[in-house]
Design a protein around this ligand. Structure first.
Ligand SMILES: Nc1ncnc2c1ncn2[C@@H]1O[C@H](COP(=O)(O)OP(=O)(O)O)[C@@H](O)[C@H]1O
Ligand SMILES: [Mg+2]
Length: 447
């Protein structure tokens, strides 16, 4: 069979095609031809390797249809047959490209147990790190001589901004990750002569965007984070070198519970002005409640902890005994903590008011310093707080992502007096800066 695939790659697209890394990201500005290159790469691989099994994913179905299904139907006419029910393109050499989407956080698990020689993640920053990690486990092959690989296209911004930036831009690797496995090809709209010629106004549209979006979408700048939730967070102002908080400062802790997700425990100290310092963190995964409690007790040795606020779901979730039909029974996680010597108080989980409270503490007090500061040893909090993005559906809320440490901070600050720029209420006027306590604050403040 003879057929012609129209279009030649531009120079950057050719670099993307030529990459031999296990993970290759093509990213940066919009309009550079990333989606085109992703589709073409999967098609070329499918034609070259018989019986190849490829998966192309986007976060939502409408995006998948617009961005890939419609163009692929056009591009692969006479080259591959499309089965709409399965969302699969079949080539006559036995290769297949399956199109999929992962709208909900758990949608990736539909790929459990499946095996794909090649996986393409379109707009990878729309996926969480957990989703990416899970998908990586499905990227394996039984083909002799074939190296399984993943391709990513991405723009700055979104819930996955942090992990994409870490792996491909900052190139900071954790244990088990090898830097030679990751390659990044920068994309600019200027690289795409087809688009520049066909739609010269497109560049003007990008140029007219507000500063932050323009830097992200036109310049492909990964330091600004379009959609960043806490733009007021500044490392220079909020992150400090550790010091020993005086013994008379009130100390308390906060927990965002997780077992598969990280469990984020933070320790806070309040000075005489009501300024809160987060001075320690414990960020652990796959650790049982009693073990987390034991670590908390060991770390708090010799410190007077006034109270510990914790995610309210810890009173619903059970954690001790695995039932034969699945699920857990027995004590709630909160009870397990209590039994292990760490009594908990349910945190106020009002999300919008809580994030607002965090904003109040990020703002400066009359002395010019922020009302909340954090020791630079709290690495995960310092890393993830600036990565929170706006929820697209509710601009007052933050989107899902690696939000465990920020949630823990939110619980903590919800147990402290509010700082707002609104005129002082009678309660606020009666606020006692020496004790750092507001009258009427929940009783657990004095536990
Ligand atoms: N090498 C190419 N040949 C022909 N058309 C291309 C090529 N690269 C990109 N295009 C076209 O340019 C436009 C923008 O490309 P796209 O891949 O959607 O960019 P991005 O995903 O980076 O925003 C699309 O219409 C696409 O079909
Ligand atoms: Mg695209």
């Amino acid at each position: 069979m003879r057929f012609i695939l129209k279009g030649l790659p531009n120079a950057r697209q050719a670099d993307f095609f030529a990459s031999r890394a296990r993970h290759t990201a093509y990213g940066g500005a919009r309009g550079g031809g990333k989606s085109w290159a992703m589709r073409r790469k999967l098609v070329l691989l499918s034609l070259y390797h018989p019986n190849l099994n490829a998966l192309l994913l986007r976060r939502t179905l409408p995006e998948l249809r617009e961005n890939h299904l419609i163009p692929l139907l056009k591009e692969l006419k006479g080259v591959a047959d499309y089965n709409g029910a399965e969302r699969v393109f079949r080539f006559c050499n036995g290769s297949r490209i399956r199109l999929g989407y992962c709208d909900g956080a758990n949608d990736v698990y539909q790929y459990q147990g499946q095996e794909y020689d090649v996986i393409g993640l379109e707009e990878a920053t729309h996926f969480t790190e957990e989703q990416m990690r899970f998908l990586t486990t499905c990227n394996r092959t039984v083909k002799a001589g074939f190296r399984p690989r993943m391709y990513y296209t991405c723009n700055p911004g979104g819930v996955g901004h942090g992990w994409v930036k870490r792996l491909f831009i900052d190139r900071r690797y954790a244990q088990g990750e090898r830097k030679e496995d990751y390659a990044f090809i920068p994309a600019r709209v200027w690289d795409n002569p087809v688009l520049l010629q066909a739609d010269p106004d497109y560049v003007r549209v990008l140029q007219a965007l507000p500063e932050e979006l323009r830097r992200a979408y036109l310049d492909g700048d990964w330091d600004v984070h379009a959609g960043q939730f806490f733009r007021e967070f500044a490392r220079a102002a909020h992150v400090v070198r550790p010091f020993e908080p005086p013994a008379w400062w009130k100390r308390f802790r906060s927990i965002d519970w997780g077992y598969n997700d990280p469990c984020a425990v933070l320790w806070h100290a309040v000075d005489g002005e009501g300024r809160v310092y987060t001075y320690r963190e414990l960020y652990v995964r796959h650790t049982r409640a009693d073990a987390v409690a034991a670590q908390m007790r060991a770390l708090s040795e010799g410190e007077a902890i006034a109270y510990t606020v914790a995610s309210p779901d810890m009173w619903q979730k059970r954690g001790a005994v695995l039932k034969s039909e699945g699920g857990f029974e027995g004590e709630s996680i909160a009870e397990l903590f209590a039994l292990s010597g760490v009594p908990l108080t349910p945190a106020d989980n009002s999300r919008v008011a809580g994030w607002q409270r965090v904003r109040g503490y990020l703002a400066s007090a009359p002395d010019g310093l922020p009302r909340w500061q954090c020791f630079d040893t709290c690495e995960n909090l310092v890393r993830t707080l600036p990565l929170l993005s706006f929820d697209h559906h509710n601009r007052e809320d933050a989107a899902d992502g690696e939000d465990h440490a920020p949630e823990s901070l939110r619980y903590a600050l919800m147990s402290r007096p509010a700082h707002s720029v609104a005129p002082a209420s009678p309660a606020a006027r009666a606020y006692n800066p020496l004790s750092g306590e507001a009258p009427g604050a929940q009783s657990f403040l004095t536990i």
